[in-house]
Write a protein that binds this ligand. Structure first.
Ligand code: CP
Ligand code: NVA
Length: 311
């Protein structure tokens, strides 16, 4: 029986062990294959706070919570006005009295840490400026489905050293993935993230950070990209379009990776910017499987947090 995740927060991928990640992916695969994860959320209410727009995260969490017997309560920022109407700490203390868990997409990772520090209930990071752990758990399940494993898989991350990239660095270190990152100068992941990634390195982990797509794409089994301008960076969109133009994931770039390499994107995509229609809708794309997997891994995660084990 696997109890290591019972009652825990998920704020960062760096908080997870390889066993934790495997337990989530195995339970997610079980659910996806028709297995029943029980109803550990029966009679429980979970808040889902969104300070940023969302399609996949909110809907897939709502479905996952319902499937486990729980009741999701979406709370939007215009209503709660966190930090304006009330402090983050007070919002958290109040929700903690009413609810069994808080799933939060917050603009600031610091606010998420503040929220977790003021709630005994588990807090799950549904994306901040710093990390997107639930996305990357779904990504890992998708890579495992596509390649049969994780250890040593050559993954080319093409784009911005952003929140998704950070979660990928931690996941790759913990799971022994051969992660290669290519970004324009000035868009590298933060130095502290790279240091933490180094500290987490396990057996087989390889990490390359380059401004040259050549060595990053050479032999890559997975090509991964994300938007050039994340939510909140809209004012930089034009400058970023220019700086990242040579890293567009188009047919020519995909042809530089291993034959049959799979293409992933966390979505939403800015079609025609970081990725072309022909790649996103093409035979090597697994982006819609990837998006579906959000629902299965989140169901698995919540089952492990609340039941400690899956039946
Ligand atoms: N990938 C992802 O988190 O999508 P949403 O922003 O639509 O939730
Ligand atoms: N990096 C993107 C991910 C969206 C799911 C953002 O933060 O907007």
């Amino acid at each position: 029986m696997y109890h290591a995740l019972a009652g825990r927060d998920l704020l960062s991928i760096a908080d997870l062990s390889r066993d934790d990640i495997d337990a989530v992916l195995d339970a997610g695969a079980l659910a996806k294959g028709g297995g029943h994860l029980g109803r550990p959320l029966e009679g429980r209410c979970l808040a889902m706070i969104f300070q940023r727009p969302s399609n996949r995260t909110r809907v897939s969490f709502e479905v996952a919570i319902q499937r486990l017997g729980g009741h999701p309560i979406p709370v939007f920022s215009q209503e709660i006005q966190m930090g304006e109407r009330e402090s983050v700490a007070d919002v958290s203390r109040i929700l903690d009295r009413y609810l069994d868990a808080i799933v939060a997409r917050l603009t600031s990772h610091r606010d998420l840490l503040r929220m977790a520090a003021n709630a005994d209930a588990p807090v799950v990071n549904a994306m901040t400026d710093r990390e997107h752990p639930c996305q990357v758990l779904a990504d890992l399940l998708t890579v495992r489905e596509a390649t049969g494993g994780l250890r040593g898989v050559p993954v080319a991350y093409v784009g911005d050293g952003n929140n998704v990239c950070t979660s990928w660095i931690y996941a790759a270190a913990i799971c022994g993935i051969d992660l290669r990152i290519v970004c324009p100068p000035g868009y590298e992941p933060p130095a502290a993230v790279l240091e933490t990634g180094q500290a987490l390195r396990g057996d087989g982990t390889r990490m390359l950070l380059s401004h040259d797509p050549g060595p990053v794409l050479d032999g890559a089994a997975i090509i991964y990209t994300d938007v050039w301008a994340s939510m909140g960076q809209e004012a930089e969109q034009q400058r970023r379009r220019e700086d990242f133009a040579h890293l567009q994931v188009n047919d020519a770039l995909v042809a530089r990776a291993a034959p049959g390499a799979r293409v992933m994107h966390c979505l939403p995509a800015h079609r025609g910017e970081e990725i072309t229609d022909s790649v996103l809708d093409g035979p090597q794309s697994i982006v819609f499987d990837q998006a579906e997997n959000r629902m299965w891994v989140q169901q698995a995660l919540l089952a492990l947090v609340f039941a400690g084990a899956v039946p």
